[in-house]
Ligand binder design. Sequence first.
Ligand SMILES: CC(C)(COP(=O)(O)OP(=O)(O)OC[C@H]1O[C@@H](n2cnc3c(N)ncnc32)[C@H](O)[C@@H]1OP(=O)(O)O)[C@@H](O)C(=O)NCCC(=O)NCCS
Length: 154
Amino acid sequence: MIIITDAKPDYLDAIYEVERSSFERPYPRGLLKFYLLLTPRTFLIAKDSRSGRIVGYAVGLLQWGLVGHVISIAVLEEYRRKGIGRALMKELETRLSGMGALYFVLETSLEWGTVVFYNKLGYRVARFLRSYYGREDHGVLMVKPAKYYSPAFE
Ligand SMILES: CC(C)(COP(=O)(O)OP(=O)(O)OC[C@H]1O[C@@H](n2cnc3c(N)ncnc32)[C@H](O)[C@@H]1OP(=O)(O)O)[C@@H](O)C(=O)NCCC(=O)NCCS
């Protein structure tokens, strides 16, 4: 079974391993540590309860008291397409909503699969981000209203 729960400083090595194996240009371990110190309530991990292995993580940040910014999410390759990414996002959105987020935003690469993933979770492309990840390496800004995950609307 996969458990979605709070990240802890002890998990940083495993989280970094997920990050390193998922991105061509991973965030530095120090940046992940910084986010964990800054916003522990919205730094989540997915753990395989049988092996104890950390197989995914997601981190978000409440900005200006009303924007839930999804900073990053990744799932180990062999655990993908099993609903773990969706579960991480749902818990992250619930927590950000509980803190006051009215909508969620994220930046992602133009890679087809990632845009489809977020699209299935209700995100829509709001803006093209030219050369966001480097020269001629474009991204998109995706947005979703938060009200649908507010307990009052469930
Ligand atoms: C993006 C990512 C987190 C998705 O995690 P996941 O656990 O595989 O996602 P889920 O299994 O919860 O998928 C949720 C839905 O999105 C769809 N989906 C996920 N990845 C997809 C892909 N590459 N292509 C098409 N659809 C995809 C699933 O089929 C599922 O749809 P369904 O509910 O209709 O069956 C994972 O692929 C990943 O870690 N990628 C590398 C890192 C990355 O790009 N992170 C996001 C950028 S910030």
